[in-house]
Design a protein around this ligand. Structure first.
Ligand SMILES: NC(=O)c1ccc[n+]([C@@H]2O[C@H](COP(=O)([O-])OP(=O)(O)OC[C@H]3O[C@@H](n4cnc5c(N)ncnc54)[C@H](OP(=O)(O)O)[C@@H]3O)[C@@H](O)[C@H]2O)c1
Length: 255
């Protein structure tokens, strides 16, 4: 069982990241919390401090890749990071009546959901490899299993993150570094509310954070939930693609 003392979470100003910070906050734990919304970070920090954690806050846009890489490397060199959770992310959709995904939005999404995740891993990994320990968790989505017609770029970015985490895990296990992919279903958040289509088995972020924490403690390769949606989305990936697409359209995943 892993019990990390020094934890970095990106996107902590959001629903899942904030719930994870609260879940891990305890005496003896140092939380490095990131986001853009300073007031959300401030109130989260106050709550985590009340729970006994030491908290450091950082507000910047992860699409500034140079700043992100500098920051990740610096935090990792100041104190050994036991756990890094790359959670910051955004979504876009094809919009009303399937209008399409504006290119600027696609670029912002790829920078946030993909390049920033890869860059953070690149920045924190050398220190972990040097001391042969550490844990990196990448937040993907159940939407990684099969592309939803309402959100092509989002699903593609999360599928890439899933494959990246799986490959990193195989590469780095022999060096004592754990890598996990987190695949949530629908969790109440601003991002989730903006996502078109039905949202079955919607979970509160606190429940998601508890399940993620348990999965990380047990070093599960894939932390995916809730069970019925996990099974359903996994089946979409193994069924013939034509059938899966027909099912998704019938369920309302096309505007
Ligand atoms: N909620 C779901 O149903 C669901 C399902 C599957 C996967 N996920 C994944 O879970 C993760 C967290 O999402 P959430 O549901 O908690 O959404 P959320 O409440 O909207 O939080 C998103 C977080 O990402 C941060 N962020 C977004 N773009 C950023 C940027 N360019 N630079 C810095 N920070 C940025 C936001 O910061 P600010 O708010 O401070 O700008 C916020 O802290 C995402 O990776 C998402 O794809 C969510």
């Amino acid at each position: 069982m892993r019990s990390p003392a020094c934890i970095l979470i990106t996107g902590a100003s959001g629903a899942i990241g904030g719930a994870l910070a609260r879940e891990f906050a305890a005496p003896g734990v140092t939380l490095t919390l990131h986001g853009r919304n300073r007031s959300a970070l401030d109130s989260l920090a106050a709550e985590c401090s009340r729970r006994g954690a030491a908290v450091r806050l950082f507000a910047f846009d992860v699409r500034d890749i140079d700043e992100l890489r500098r920051w990740g490397a610096q935090i990792g060199s100041e104190a050994p990071l036991d756990l890094v959770i790359a959670n910051a992310g955004m979504n876009i959709s094809t919009g009303p009546r399937g209008a399409g995904e504006p290119w600027e939005a696609v670029e912002a999404l790829l920078d946030t959901n993909l390049r920033a995740v890869f860059a953070l891993v690149d920045a924190v990994l050398p220190a972990m490899r040097a001391r042969r320990s550490g844990q990196i968790a990448l937040v993907s989505s159940l939407a990684a299993y099969f592309g939803l017609p309402v959100a092509p770029s989002y699903c593609a970015s999360k599928a890439a993150v899933k494959a990246y985490a799986e490959a990193l895990r195989g590469w780095l296990a022999a060096e004592g570094i754990a890598v996990n992919v987190i695949m949530p279903g629908y969790v109440e958040s601003a991002m989730c509310r903006n996502m078109p289509g039905p949202k079955p088995f919607l979970w509160p972020p606190e429940r998601a954070a508890r399940v993620i924490r348990r999965g990380l403690e047990k070093n599960r390769a894939r932390i995916s939930f809730p069970f019925p949606l996990n099974l359903g989305t996994w089946l979409l990936a193994v069924l013939p693609a034509e059938v899966s697409t027909r099912i998704l359209i019938a369920l309302g995943y096309r505007d």
